[in-house]
Design a protein around this ligand. Structure first.
Ligand code: PGA
Length: 253
């Protein structure tokens, strides 16, 4: 395991994530990058776009998607990634891989997406942290080997989509599997806000297991947990077993 824990002042978080992302892309313009949507990454995406992020040689994989929402719904992940990031960039990614919930054959769509991800692997996966400990839509109960699949949503996840402006609550989801996340070369777990403090403490100091899927990341060979100070506030003074703290690390980790 190699878990680094980076804490940033809330007003530095977006810029520091953006600058580290620009560094990674500069080092490897053709990287295969998996991206989440949601309120956590959106400010970092805005900062990265403002600084001229260029993904024109990169492959972008969209982490997950809601089912049961009409095309164009503002809570859909394909809409959100365009609004928050891709639509702000001067050029499209070289390749863009996403799960389409509007197909007739969802199982075939999952298999197509998963094969495309598996073919080249993932260099860097960015993740938000669900209030229930989910990663993507790997909801509580997801084992470390859980594959890319169609999923039932927790009630809180479904109703939470309404806070993203959904016209109705999504009725199901599709997600990159835990297995692909665990096989990625590098993972960043992004966590902001005091409302995530208790679940982040559980992720980092509680038992590793399916009841808090993000806890599986403690078994990943190269993960960086990047939290703002409010999200890290419940960890003050608690040593993290096995973690390298980079609270005073330079802007890039
Ligand atoms: P958020 O969502 O970034 O909007 O808090 C995170 C998640 O539910 O995965």
């Amino acid at each position: 395991m190699s878990l680094a824990f980076v804490v940033r002042p809330a007003d530095r978080f977006a810029d520091d994530v953006a600058s580290t992302l620009l560094d990674r892309v500069a080092t490897r313009p053709s990287l295969r990058l998996c991206l989440p949507t949601g309120s956590t990454p959106a400010p970092a995406y805005a900062a990265a776009a403002a600084r001229g992020l260029d993904l024109s040689e990169a492959t972008v994989v969209l982490l997950d998607e809601f089912g049961g929402l009409p095309p164009g719904d503002p809570a859909r992940c394909d809409v959100a990634i365009e609004r928050d990031l891709l639509g702000r960039l001067p050029r499209r990614p070289a390749a863009y891989v996403r799960l389409d919930p509007d197909v007739d054959d969802v199982d075939a769509e999952v298999a197509r997406f998963d094969a495309e991800v598996a073919a080249g692997g993932l260099d860097l996966v960015l993740l938000g942290l669900g209030a229930n400990g989910h990663l993507g839509l790997n909801e509580p109960g997801s084992e470390v080997t859980a594959p890319t699949r169609r999923v039932a949503l927790d009630q809180g996840t479904a109703s939470g989509a309404l806070t993203y402006g959904a016209s109705t609550a999504p009725s199901w989801g599709m997600t990159l599997g835990m297995d692909r996340i665990m096989a990625a070369r590098e993972v960043w777990l992004l966590v902001t806000g005091e409302h995530k403090a208790a679940v982040l403490r559980e992720v980092l100091t509680g038992p590793i297991g399916a009841s808090v899927p993000a806890s599986w990341l403690r078994q990943h060979p190269s993960v960086t947990v990047v939290a703002d100070q409010p999200a890290a506030s419940a960890l003050d003074g608690s040593p993290l077993p096995g973690a390298r703290s980079r609270a005073h690390a330079p802007a890039s980790w």
